[in-house]
Design a binder for this molecule. Structure first.
Ligand SMILES: [Fe+2]
Ligand SMILES: [Fe+2]
Length: 176
């Protein structure tokens, strides 16, 4: 294990925890619009790095079922787009979001069991550096909460945002 690979895996785990926290916030209600806006941006950012870099890196290192994770991500982004179209105030939003949250939780757990240990143990330093740099770059698309001016993230359509971020990751870092 290299420190760089451990750091890259840790950055992904931290995003997983943040996604899980936002799923809970949207489920509970409260400031549902703001939480959903942040979730859309975070998921688009997180999955763009995984699709562009992480799955291929762990696949090269011997991970199995990489295609299944890619398939799940496409499904999740599709449902996220449907939720975005529905809007948080729609009467069907809560029920649909509950199913989505369960799907996301299973996806994150599968990655943590099947991919992240391989990333930690076997990823090349070059792959790990690329992943860490891409995470840092896409994080700039996710406004953090509690900024001095109180600005909160605006909700963005998930699929165009995801495509834009994949392009940014590919352009900024290049594929291996
Ligand atoms: Fe993923
Ligand atoms: Fe992930």
């Amino acid at each position: 294990m290299t420190q760089t690979a451990a750091d890259a895996a840790e950055l992904l785990v931290r995003q997983h925890r943040r996604i899980a926290g936002l799923l809970g916030e949207v489920r509970v209600g409260g400031e549902r619009g703001e939480s959903f806006a942040e979730l859309v941006r975070l998921m688009a950012a997180h999955e763009s790095v995984e699709e562009s870099l992480v799955h291929s890196a762990v696949g090269r290192s011997g991970a199995e079922n990489v295609d299944a994770r890619l398939h799940e991500e496409r499904q999740l982004l599709g449902v996220l787009a449907e939720l975005y179209e529905l809007g948080v105030d729609h009467p069907e939003f809560g029920r649909k979001f509950d199913r989505f949250a369960d799907m996301v939780s299973m996806h994150l757990a599968s990655e943590e069991v099947q991919e992240l240990p391989i990333l930690r143990e076997s990823a090349s330093t070059a792959d790990a550096r690329r992943i860490a740099a891409a995470i840092e770059m896409v994080e700039t698309f996710i406004p953090s909460r509690g900024t001095a001016d109180g600005e909160r993230p605006a909700v963005a359509p998930p699929l165009p945002l995801f495509t834009r971020l994949c392009d940014a990751v590919d352009a900024g870092l290049g594929r291996a």
